[in-house]
Design a protein around this ligand. Structure first.
Ligand SMILES: Cc1ncc(COP(=O)(O)O)c(C=O)c1O
Length: 360
């Protein structure tokens, strides 16, 4: 392993935790069970059987579900349907870099509200709203947030929904990591607490594999119908073959086994990362996540993480600088993804990271 590069940068699973054989079998069944449906254009709302499976899983009517090519496409459709240039939106600080880029490219006015270990600072949000901010939408990643790994508490879920009701904005619950909980108790989705106020997105990228590109949106049926029109004019329909394969994978129960495989491996990787950081880089502060892919690390005030990034890359180790997830500040922070690295690589990678830190 010495010399080979180690990436804590990519929020993607390593090949060993993807059920390739299960996917091959699901593909065989998709062609055998529904050759016409799997190979047709289908409809813009998605492969009907998968749409129904998702609807059942969330306890909603199928009319509330639209299946897309990855949840990133769901995000893009939702923003297109709801937001225009100049509209105000709330995001967490820090937040997923691609969401930030997409909102800024649309010319929206982004209010970034501090993220705490138990989720967005709802008091700060209330003060922002009382001060006159009029967001149309708040983008929230409630479970094992990207990039921080933090989870929104039940009390804050309720507080956020109360603020959304009072100030009339949509809560966009972006939830691709929900199934990957390693410890602590599962919390109700905001969608289940307020189905008319919340639009929910999730994905099979983290539970099946990202290359399959299947995600979805759940929301009020009129909004879903509006988004379906956008989908039709964008790509006629999403990838029916991929969705038919995901359907077969889900219906056979392979998805539950896949989730267990991912959780077991990631629990071990996270534990290895926590122990290695504590031993090799005790200056690193972090709150251990209860699930998901990511850990947010804060180094002592004044540490130049841009310089650390360069020094680390010379030693063959990659991560994402905290500043990529923020509009300003965070120069002493970084995100470590433990989803794509083995425990052995984590040990080696943290050693190199510590060496890079000492060289600053
Ligand atoms: C918070 C969040 N939303 C959306 C996505 C996009 O996922 P997908 O692969 O389903 O497009 C990601 C991927 O990392 C993510 O972290």
């Amino acid at each position: 392993m010495a010399g080979s590069s180690i990436s804590f940068a990519r929020g993607a699973p390593s090949l060993d935790i993807i059920d390739v054989d299960g996917l091959r079998d699901a593909a065989t069944r998709a062609f055998a069970n529904d050759p016409a449906g799997a190979t047709a254009y289908g409809t813009s709302v998605g492969y009907p059987k998968l749409r129904a499976w998702i609807a059942e899983r969330h306890g909603v009517q199928s009319e509330r579900v639209l299946v897309t090519n990855g949840s990133m496409q769901a995000d893009a459709f939702l923003f297109e349907a709801l937001l225009s240039a100049g509209d105000e939106v709330v995001v967490e600080r820090p937040t997923y870099d691609r969401t930030l880029l997409s909102l800024r490219a649309r010319g929206t006015k982004v209010h970034a509200v501090e993220l705490q270990p138990d989720g967005i600072d709802t008091d700060a949000l209330a003060a922002l709203l009382d001060g006159g901010a009029k967001p149309k939408l708040a983008h929230i990643i409630p479970n094992f947030q990207n990039p921080a790994g933090y989870t929104l508490s039940l009390a804050k879920r309720k507080a956020l929904l109360a603020l959304a009701g009072e100030h009339d904005f949509v809560v966009f619950e972006d939830d691709p990591y929900v199934e990957l909980r390693f410890s602590g108790e599962t919390l109700p989705s905001m969608l289940s607490l307020d189905p008319e106020r919340v639009v929910y997105a999730s994905s099979f990228s983290k539970t099946v594999c990202p290359g399959i590109r299947v995600g979805y949106l759940v929301g009020p049926s009129e909004l879903i119908a509006r988004v379906a029109k956008l989908a039709t004019s964008t790509y006629i329909s999403p990838n029916m073959l991929a969705q038919a394969i995901v359907y077969e994978f889900c219906a056979s129960g392979a998805i539950e086994r896949s989730i267990e495989t991912v959780k077991t491996a990631l629990t071990k990787r996270l534990r290895t990362l926590e122990v290695a950081l504590g031993r090799e880089l005790p200056q690193a502060e972090f709150v251990g996540p209860e699930g998901g892919y990511f850990m947010w690390v804060t180094l002592p005030e004044g540490t130049d993480v841009a310089a650390l990034f360069k020094a680390a890359s010379e030693l063959g180790v990659a991560f994402v600088k905290g500043t990529d997830f923020l509009m300003e500040g965070g120069e002493n922070t970084l995100r470590l993804a433990y989803s794509g690295v083995t425990p052995q690589e984590i040990e080696e990678g943290v050693g190199r990271l510590a060496e890079a830190y000492r060289s600053l």
